[in-house]
Every structure is written in structure tokens, then in C-alpha cells.
Design a protein around this ligand. Structure first.
Ligand SMILES: [Zn+2]
Length: 272
């Protein structure tokens, strides 16, 4: 993976000389893993812009996290991309190792980096918008941007050219595994009423990237973008099941706080 070609810089800011060299080596290696896959190469190519440099630097927090997106550096006239990512956070002795062993979906080094690079891509294309509403059964994605990053990373995990990986991640709250009924073709569209609209918006925002994900990975076990392009009417029709799931999940959560079932049903009839 040619850093200069992609307009990427790995900046080991805050680290000693020896730690800095190790940091650059490790991050470059994880970028190479991404670049070796079909979906990873596709993402890196759509991020690449001569006018949009991307800086990867250590994550400054001590928690189990990484960040990515766009920023305007002091004195700069335009937005550039950044990722705050430290391989050590996601190593066996890092902050994430405190999580239960089973909660590891999407938590390998390159999977984390891929996720943050999707955030960078959304900024590179000027499409970043975390305010789009999510229906009830999609709340575990937190917002539209995290939904997009988790969905694309799940496609990266499903990509057969990606040989070393964890598994499909359920959402953005933690790193638990996706439920089996969601982890299959069309599963996403039956999971919530507005899954179809969100996938459609993503594809409309990024025709080149989304068509490449669809055309180059048509037969993998999880690729909602390919499902959308091949069977758009079916995906839209499945939203009816998604609406039922939204209602069922909201009902379960309202009755669990002590409201009577009859009252909750009347409320939901009014609301949905
Ligand atoms: Zn994210």
C-alpha cells in the first residue's frame, strides 16, 4: 500500500523515536492487510484525492476506542481526513482486552482501521451526516454514520479475500455478534423499518463505491448493498417485517419498565 499515492501520512505524534518507528510499521502493516482485500482496496481508492490528505496518528485516550473523520487543521483552508488509532489499544494487553472474549466482532486491528476509514470517506465526499434518524430496532447503531461504518465493515468481514477476521458485528454498541437471522442475505432489511431507506441513501450518496461493493462481492454471505442493487423491490417489501420488529422491540422495552401490555399497545397504535 503506497502511502504517498493514497495521500496518507502516518504521524506518530507524542511517541518516542523507537515507539514511533514501531507505530508507523504496525499501522502501515494494517493498511497493507486492508489493501490486499477487494473491499479494502475499493475503499482506499475511493478515499484517494490529491486535495484530501489523510493523517493517521495515535489515539490519545486510554479507553477501548479509535476515532476517524474530517477536521480543519489550524491555518488550513479545507477539510482533511484523520484517524486516531493505536494498534496497542486492540492488542491482548490493551484497553479492549478487558471486554469479554466473545465480544470481539469487528475488533481486529484492520477491522477497526477499516471502520474509521469509512468515516474518513464520508468526510472526503462531503456526505457526513450523523443526524439522520434511526427507527427503533436500529438504535444499536447509534446514528446513521455508525450504521454505514458498521455495515461496510461487515461487508469487509464477509469479503472472502479477507482471510483473517472475526465475524459480523451486531451494531455500534459493543462488539457482540450479529443475531443469526440478521447475519444472512436480506437479514438487514427485515431487521428494521428504515434499513431500506438508509441503504438506499448510502447507495445514492456513493454510486461508485456502492456499485463496486455490489459488483465485486455479489456472492458473499453478507452484503446488503448487493442485495439492494439486485432485488430493490424485495428489499423494500421486507421493510414490513422490519416495521413489525421495530414495534416488537419498542413494546418489549416499554413493558419491561412496568407499563401494562394493553396500554403499550394503544400507545404504539397511536405512534406507529
Ligand atoms: Zn465509528
Amino acid at each position: 500500500m503506497d502511502l504517498a499515492f493514497h495521500n496518507f501520512t502516518i504521524n506518530p505524534v507524542g511517541l518516542s523515536a523507537a515507539d514511533g518507528r514501531k507505530y508507523v510499521r504496525e499501522v502501515h502493516e494494517h493498511l497493507r492487510w486492508i489493501h490486499r482485500t477487494v473491499s479494502g482496496r475499493t475503499l482506499l481508492n475511493v478515499i484517494r484525492r490529491p486535495t484530501f490528505p489523510v493523517e493517521i496518528r495515535p489515539y490519545p485516550g486510554a479507553d477501548c476506542n479509535a476515532r476517524g473523520g474530517g477536521e480543519v487543521k489550524p491555518g488550513a483552508a479545507a477539510v482533511s481526513g484523520f484517524v486516531e488509532y493505536s494498534p496497542s489499544t486492540f492488542s491482548s494487553t490493551g484497553a479492549c482486552s478487558a471486554l469479554p472474549a466473545a465480544e470481539n466482532r469487528g475488533r481486529l486491528w484492520d477491522e477497526i482501521l477499516f471502520h474509521e476509514l469509512v468515516h474518513v470517506f464520508r468526510n472526503a465526499t462531503g456526505k457526513w451526516d450523523a443526524s439522520a434518524p434511526l427507527s427503533y430496532a436500529m438504535r444499536h447503531y447509534n446514528n446513521n454514520e455508525e450504521f454505514i461504518a458498521v455495515m461496510c465493515t461487515n461487508i469487509y468481514v464477509a469479503d472472502r479475500s479477507n482471510k483473517i477476521k472475526t465475524g459480523l458485528r451486531a451494531g455500534h454498541r459493543g462488539y457482540t455478534a450479529m443475531a443469526p437471522e440478521d447475519a444472512m442475505r436480506f437479514g438487514l432489511f427485515t431487521s428494521s423499518r428504515n434499513a431500506f431507506a438508509l441503504v438506499k441513501k448510502f447507495c445514492d450518496d456513493h454510486p461508485i463505491f456502492s456499485k463496486a461493493l455490489s459488483d465485486r462481492l455479489p456472492d458473499v454471505v453478507y452484503n446488503p448493498v448487493a442485495d439492494y442493487y439486485r432485488f430493490p423491490r424485495l428489499c423494500e417489501a421486507l421493510s414490513i417485517f422490519g416495521a413489525m420488529k421495530d414495534r416488537a422491540q419498542l413494546r418489549a422495552s416499554l413493558t419491561s419498565i412496568g407499563l401494562s401490555g394493553a396500554f403499550v399497545d394503544r400507545l404504539l397504535d397511536f405512534l406507529m
